[in-house]
Design a protein around this ligand. Sequence first.
Ligand code: HEM
Length: 376
Amino acid sequence: MAPEFADKPFMRHYLDYYFDVYWDLHVGVKGEAISSQVRRIGEAFNTVLAYRDPLHPIVYENYMIVRNLLDFLKQWIDERIEDIVAGRTRNPEKTMAWYWVKNAGNGEHFSKKDVVFECFHNFVAFSQWGNTIFGIMSRLSEEGGDPDVRASFEKIMSGDYDNAGGAPFTPLELFVMELFRTISPNGGSLSAIQNVRHGSADKYGDRESPFLRFGLAYERNSYISSPHTSTSKSPIHWEHPEQFDPDRYRHVPTSADVGEETCKQVGFARCPFDITSFEVKDGRKVEITNSAFGTVFGVVEGKPKPVCDYARFAPFGFSYRRCPGEQLTIQVFEDFLRKIVRDKITFHRLNQPNAGRVPIGPGAVIDDDIGFRKSA
Ligand code: HEM
């Protein structure tokens, strides 16, 4: 957000730097150390995610670029991980790959292949930051923004926004959580359900499914969908889901509260997931544990760092599939908002006659017509 980029379409600018941030965070390289092919495959991947429709020529063209460059990318990531392992990367402990390698346990927890895969699986994960930034700018925009979000932001940032006062979340964190509930960059997730009709007929005549019986050469699965947006906004879950209200999370259970007792209260005979902890092997005093609902979270030097573990807050999914990048993401946007206040940044519509169409994140191709400005 340097002054020379003020009053310019922001999302194109964001994407121009996005892969520097991305690869710096993953393997400690940025700028010219990122080859043009590596930038190209990342952009093509994002374009496919954004346009999505396979009948669209832009999707086909970019899909083919991803396929053609994938082996090159894997090799490139592999070499960067070698650099980290061999001590050739500056500040390796600032990269995510360093933590994955340290905790790989001679390959028993992750193989090198898993670390390489994870470095580009995150193309999907991080691409959602684009939707989020755009969602925040649109709501905070001086013209046509959301008055409730703007009023809430002003109120929170004029108080002691980083002080949790003994509660699990600070006021700024509550504000960001409410932004995520309402923006919901990830609309829903699909999980495959395995067919459980195996074996011979029971006394009711129920037996294995026809595709198993006839030995068909494909696997049949059903799917279950977790609709994040509609779950977070359901009137069954919240009294006023349409209101922007960061205080709604003040009285909901966190993953550190959900144990045996909560399970009994909601009608389970026992916890669906055993509570298990393991220590990380990268020199930090950190344990990774889970709630009785399966939500994984960290405990740092004996102090839990929980997430809101409640059916009403869905933007990061649920249970053992819950997003492990949630707290990093929330902290990134807390920082973004602190910077906005510190540097007196405001967002404005640029009203360009032909705003560029920019693929910013999954399912999102937007008119790039918002810019920032620093007031005196
Ligand atoms: C705006 C940002 C993000 C959103 C909205 C988001 C949302 C989600 C959601 C809804 C899921 C659950 C999917 C399911 O139920 O199948 C998920 C899973 C996951 N996320 Fe994120 N995510 C974000 C950023 C990140 C980041 C930055 C990382 C990595 C640092 C990350 C890593 C992952 C991983 C590895 C999983 C799979 C977890 C598993 O199945 O065990 N995400 N994310």
